[in-house]
Write a protein that binds this ligand. Structure first.
Ligand SMILES: *Cc1c(COP(=O)(O)O)cnc(C)c1O
Length: 458
C-alpha cells in the first residue's frame, strides 16, 4: 500500500481549548453584538478567524527567542534578520515594522499622494485602507476567473494584463506611484499568482517605469503552488522559486504573521537605496529606530528562523495538504466552496448557500454566526461587511463574492479538528432553508467597519 500523508512535525507542547454548549454560544454571540471579533477566545472551540499571528512556533524559533539581542541600535538580531531577508528574497535594503499594515503605512507615506491610483490584483483590506486613507484609489485588475467559484483556474490570483494596461493608460503613469501585487491573493480566496504572470506584469510595469510592490504575506505558499502547478518548476526548490518571484518586484511589504510563522512582526524590503532613505524617515517616526522598527530583538530572531522554516517544502506540503483535506471533506458534505482550494483557507460560497437571505442582511455574516452557534467554530465574513461603503456615496459596496473564510492557523490543529469543522458546516448546510433572516447594523466605524460593527437580528 502507498503510505498515507502525515505531518512533517510532532507536538512538544499543547494548549487547552474549550468546548461549550449551544446555550452558552447563543448568549455569548448576542453579548458580542453578533460580531465574531467581539468573542472572547475561550468562547471559541476551533478558531479559524485568521491565520495571522496564530501559528505555532517551532522549538528552534523558541530557542532563538532566548538569544535575542535587545540593544537599541545595531543589535545582532537585526543583522540576523537582514541576512535571512536578503538570502531568501534578494532585497539588499530592509526596514523592520511591527506588522504588515505598519509596513504599508511607512512605504505608502513615502510613495503615495492624494489623487494617485494604485492598480493590482484585488488589494488586501488594510492595503486598500492605507491607499484610500491617503485619498488615492486602489484599482482591481484581477482576472475574471477569480470571481467564478465554479471555474477551475490554477492561478486565480493572476493580474489581467489587458485590464492593467488599460488602467495605466487611463490614469496615466505619472499618477501611478506603484502596482501592488498580492501573493497569494487573499481577497480572491488565497489564490496564487503564476510565475509567468509575475514576469509579464513586471515587464509591463517597466515599460511605463512604474515600481512593483509585492504584498508578500503568503509568498511561500504562492511558491508552493508554482512548484506544484506551473510547468517547468517541479524540480526547483521553494527557495529557488521564491528568489525568481522576487526578481520581478522592486519592493515588498511583509506581514510576518503569515508565512514567517511568528505571532507579531513585519518588514519592508527594497532594491532602491533612495527609497530606503525616504522610507527610513517615516519608519523612525511611526515604528522605531531603523535597526528594530517596532520589534524586539528576540522577535527579529524568531522571524529570521521562521523565514527559513516557512520556505521548507515539507512544512508547506503539510500545511497546504491540511487545508485541502478540509476542502475535500466539506465537498463530501455538499458545501459549496471555492476551487481550487486556497493556500491558507477554505472559502465557502455563502452567497449561494444563503441566497434566500437578502444581500443587505449580510449572507456571509449570517452563515458565520450559524457555524459558531452549531459548533463553536469561528470563521470570518469576507463579504459585504468587509467590503464596506463606497467612500464617496457611502452606499454598501456589494462584492462579487459573498464568502465565509475558514483560515487555518499554521501547525496548530490536527485533521480531527478538520473533520469536526466539516461536519459542523455540513449540518448547517443541511438546514440552511430554515435560516430565513439575516442581520442589520446597529453601529459601525467610518473605515474598516467589520472589526467593530455591532449587529442585531432582523
Ligand atoms: C495580513 C495581511 C496584511 C496586513 O498585515 P498585518 O500584519 O495584519 O498588519 C497585508 N496584506 C496581506 C496580503 C495580508 O494577508
Amino acid at each position: 500500500m502507498e503510505l498515507p500523508f502525515a505531518e512533517s512535525y510532532k507536538i512538544k507542547m499543547v494548549e487547552q481549548i474549550h468546548p461549550s454548549t449551544r446555550e452558552d454560544r447563543e448568549r455569548w454571540i448576542r453579548e458580542a453584538r453578533y460580531n465574531l471579533f467581539n468573542l472572547k477566545s475561550n468562547q471559541v472551540f476551533i478558531d479559524l478567524l485568521t491565520d495571522s499571528g496564530t501559528g505555532a512556533m517551532s522549538d528552534k524559533q523558541w530557542s532563538e527567542m532566548m538569544i535575542g539581542d535587545e540593544s537599541y541600535a545595531g543589535a545582532s538580531s537585526y543583522f540576523k534578520l537582514k541576512d535571512a531577508i536578503s538570502n531568501i528574497t534578494g532585497f539588499p535594503y530592509f526596514l523592520p515594522t511591527h506588522q504588515g499594515r505598519a509596513a504599508e503605512n511607512v512605504l505608502f507615506s513615502a510613495l503615495i499622494k492624494e489623487g494617485d491610483f494604485v492598480p493590482g490584483n484585488a488589494h488586501f483590506d488594510t492595503t486598500k485602507g492605507h491607499i484610500e486613507f491617503r485619498k488615492a484609489t486602489a484599482v482591481d485588475c484581477t482576472i475574471d476567473e477569480a470571481y467564478d467559484t465554479f471555474v477551475y483556474h490554477p492561478f486565480k490570483g493572476n493580474v489581467d494584463l489587458g485590464k492593467l494596461e488599460e488602467a495605466i493608460l487611463k490614469y496615466t503613469p505619472s499618477k501611478i506611484p506603484a502596482l501592488v501585487i498580492t501573493i497569494t491573493c487573499n481577497t480572491s480566496g488565497g489564490q496564487p499568482v503564476s510565475m509567468e504572470n509575475l514576469r509579464q506584469t513586471y515587464h509591463l510595469a517597466k515599460k511605463y517605469d512604474i515600481p512593483v510592490v509585492f504584498d508578500s504575506a503568503r509568498f511561500a505558499e504562492n511558491a508552493y503552488f508554482i512548484k506544484m502547478r506551473e510547468p517547468g518548476y517541479q524540480d526547483k526548490s521553494i527557495r529557488e522559486i521564491v528568489a525568481e518571484m522576487f526578481s520581478y518586484a522592486d519592493i515588498m511589504t511583509m506581514s510576518s504573521k503569515k508565512d514567517a510563522i511568528v505571532n507579531m512582526g513585519g518588514f519592508i524590503a527594497m532594491r532602491s537605496e533612495e527609497l530606503y532613505r525616504k522610507a527610513t524617515v517615516f519608519n523612525i517616526v511611526f515604528e522605531g529606530y531603523i535597526t528594530y522598527g517596532g520589534m524586539s530583538g528576540r522577535d527579529m530572531n524568531a522571524l529570521a528562523q521562521g523565514l527559513y522554516e516557512g520556505t521548507e517544502f515539507d512544512y508547506l506540503d503539510t500545511r497546504i495538504k491540511q487545508v485541502a483535506y478540509l476542502g475535500t471533506r466539506l465537498k463530501e458534505y455538499g458545501v459549496e466552496i471555492q476551487e481550487p482550494f486556497g493556500g491558507h483557507a477554505i472559502f465557502v460560497n455563502a452567497g449561494s448557500m444563503m441566497k434566500h437571505i437578502p444581500k443587505d442582511q449580510f449572507q456571509a455574516q449570517t452563515l458565520a454566526i450559524e457555524l459558531y452557534l452549531e459548533s463553536g467554530v469561528r470563521g470570518v465574513e469576507i463579504g459585504t461587511l468587509l467590503a464596506d461603503r463606497d467612500p464617496v456615496t457611502r452606499e454598501n459596496r456589494y462584492p462579487k463574492l459573498e464568502l465565509l473564510r475558514l483560515a487555518i492557523p499554521r501547525r496548530v490543529y490536527t485533521n480531527n479538528h478538520m473533520d469536526y469543522i466539516a461536519v459542523a458546516l455540513g449540518n448547517v448546510a443541511a438546514r440552511k432553508n430554515s435560516i430565513t433572516k439575516g442581520f442589520r447594523i446597529l453601529r459601525e466605524a467610518p473605515i474598516m467597519r467589520h472589526f467593530t460593527v455591532e449587529l442585531e437580528r432582523v
